[in-house]
Ligand binder design. Structure first.
Ligand code: FES
Ligand code: FES
Length: 191
């Protein structure tokens, strides 16, 4: 049992209530006593030391804090830890299986879809949620699924390619060919 409050703030005054939560994070059940106001992002970062979940804006705008909750992407800066009670949460640390990267992670690597990497964990989890629901998305569907995630240095072109790469790999197709096809279509549209 962990009391996360002490790690995150000044000692809890006696009159502040705490709630016990049990949340499955990356397949592991984690139990803690938390203040009802504790954000899921802070539970993950400060409580569990899963610092791959980034916080950029704290106002639901940037998407850097995106994690999956019961398979759906949520912005963990706007979810209370107590709201995650009994749920399954996946952070970027839970994407790979051992040394095997998730296809979305591979796609980001292959298509150079990151520079500073600040937005990347949230982008990849939003992309994973999309591909779990829609294995063959169009470019527009990829852009729409990632529209709540902001990137301020790479730009979106390579990120879209990375997601199409991962989608093709998941379908058992040649991911490089899928990206080449997309690029050729774009060149044609721009001529
Ligand atoms: S930190 Fe959560 S959306 Fe920006
Ligand atoms: S890679 Fe730097 S903000 Fe997206």
């Amino acid at each position: 049992m962990t009391s996360l409050f002490e790690e995150i703030s000044d000692p809890t005054p006696d009159d502040v209530p705490v709630n016990r939560v049990a949340i499955t994070v990356n397949g592991q059940k984690r139990t803690a006593d938390v203040e009802p106001r504790l954000l899921l992002a802070h539970f993950l970062r400060q409580g569990l030391k899963l610092t791959g979940t980034h916080t950029g804006c704290d106002t639901t705008n940037c998407g850097a804090c995106t994690v999956l909750m019961d398979g759906k992407p949520v912005k963990s800066c706007t979810v209370l830890a107590v709201q995650a009670e009994g749920r399954e949460v996946v952070t970027v640390e839970g994407m790979a299986s051992g040394s095997e990267l998730d296809s979305v992670q591979e796609g980001f690597k292959d298509e150079h879809a990151l520079q500073c990497g600040f937005c990347t964990p949230g982008m990849m989890l939003a992309a994973r949620a999309l591909l779990n629901e829609n294995p063959d998305p169009t470019e527009d569907e990829v852009r729409f699924a990632l529209s709540g995630n902001l990137c301020r240095c790479t730009g979106y072109q390579n990120i879209v390619k990375a997601v199409l790469w991962a989608a093709a790999k998941d379908r058992g197709e040649d991911p490089t060919q899928a990206v080449e096809k997309y690029t050729a279509k774009q060149k044609g549209a721009n001529q």
